[in-house]
Design a protein around this ligand. Structure first.
Ligand SMILES: Cc1ncc(COP(=O)(O)O)c(C=O)c1O
Length: 394
């Protein structure tokens, strides 16, 4: 832990972390990959917006002008956080809806014989929209395989050809915690003039993102995974967004990111996104990453001593987030999640929509795995309590 990292002060900023379990100890929200807890600044910003400035955009009166200013300001913050252009920031309800929306605009760019690259490491939100696009257009899918032993993509199977039109890949896996280097995907796509689409949902609270530096055409993420409200973000090259033709009502703007936002956005959520990004900016992604690395090492060291527990995914602390898919001998994942839940430790069980990874790992019929997901507001004590609860199952 770095000296600038004051965990107690950080935890005080999250009202939900003050909740206690039946034994009087704080509950452990280790369900972070399914949604993080919300920093108080976010709750305040959303409430303030609704109390003082609630209006639709582009009006002649002050609350509408304040809403316009809010949207513009938060687009700028998103642009800084994701290394993208403010003019290419589209707000939506969640990543999945935005990805389907984006995928539909590619219908007239693909045809029979064209190809889409998908990976076996992705959440289904970065798979199903492309399978449907392939079905609509007659394109075929080229899979990048997941190595079940390492929890990493087998880059030998990343193949593109002259008919590859799109390469979709994750920045990190919500199931195994694997962090993915975009470089090989972007390079392969570029050699054949294909578009790249990156699912940055799981990466966003853990890994610094920079769409420009990484050379990615479009990426999507969800603020509710980085301490903000339920919302989605699509960030793309503004020229690409201008070239595509999203469904829209006739009077809606014909230019800019508003053209992509069907109907009225949740401005209170946008206010919350701004506050979440302000919080992250104060703390710094490097500080977050260095604290999380400590948690990762501690969990991996501890769990390796448990004969009855298996961690699926990268065994090493580098190149991964503190998200762990675990199975426990003689206990179904659901049973484990229930037992931990009764102790005030909240974890997911199942496949968490990461259907392909769970299939490759052979875990689908077994009920998936228990997913234990930490973020920077967890401490060593949380890791140790989770490890003790797993040890008790032996
Ligand atoms: C890696 C990943 N991609 C996509 C999604 C879907 O995000 P949303 O709920 O914003 O549609 C999730 C949600 O869990 C996720 O973890």
């Amino acid at each position: 832990m770095t000296s600038s990292f004051d965990l107690a002060a950080i935890r005080k900023r999250f009202p939900a972390l003050q909740r206690t379990a039946v034994d009087g100890r704080p509950v452990i929200h280790a369900d972070a990959p399914g949604g993080t807890q919300v920093v108080a600044d976010v709750i305040d910003a959303m409430s303030t917006y609704l109390r003082t400035s609630n209006a639709n955009t582009h009006g002649t009166f002050v609350t509408s002008q304040e809403t316009d200013a809010l949207v513009a300001r938060v687009r700028g913050q998103v642009a800084a956080f994701l290394g993208t252009d403010a003019e290419g920031v589209v707000f939506g309800p969640n990543m999945t809806t935005l990805t389907w929306h984006f995928a539909r605009t590619l219908d007239d760019r693909l045809g029979p014989g064209d190809e889409i690259v998908c990976t076996q490491l992705d959440h289904d939100a970065n798979v199903s929209p492309w399978l449907a696009l392939a079905e609509r257009t007659g394109a075929t899918i080229r899979w990048v395989f997941l190595d079940p032993d390492t929890g990493r993509l087998d880059l030998e199977t990343l193949e593109v050809g002259p008919r590859t039109r799109l390469v979709a890949f994750p920045r990190a896996s919500n199931a195994l915690g694997t962090v993915v280097d975009p470089e090989p995907f972007v390079t392969a796509a570029r050699t054949v003039g294909a578009l790249t689409f990156c699912d940055a949902v799981h990466a966003a609270p853990h890994v610094p993102l920079d769409r420009h530096a990484l050379g990615i055409d479009a990426l999507a993420c969800s603020p509710y995974k980085f301490f903000g409200p339920h919302a989605g973000l699509l960030c793309a090259d503004p020229d690409l967004l201008a070239d595509l033709r999203p469904d829209k009502v006739r009077p809606a703007p014909d230019t800019g990111p508003d053209r992509w936002q069907t109907g009225t956005a949740s401005f209170e959520a946008i206010a919350g996104v701004g506050a979440a990004l302000g919080y992250i900016d104060d703390l710094g992604m490097e500080t977050i990453a260095s604290h999380e690395a400590t948690l990762t090492r501690r969990f991996l060291d501890g769990v390796s001593a448990l004969d009855h527990a298996v961690v699926h995914g990268p065994a090493e602390a580098g190149g991964r987030t503190p998200t762990f898919a675990v199975t426990i001998r003689d206990h179904s994942p659901e049973q484990v999640a229930k037992i931990l839940g009764e102790k005030g430790i909240f974890v997911w069980s199942g496949h968490y929509y990461a259907v392909e990874p769970m299939r490759v790992l052979g875990l689908l019929d077994w009920g998936g795995a228990v997913r234990i997901g930490f973020v920077h507001y967890h401490g060593n004590e949380d890791v140790d309590r989770v490890l003790q609860a797993l040890a008790d199952l032996g």
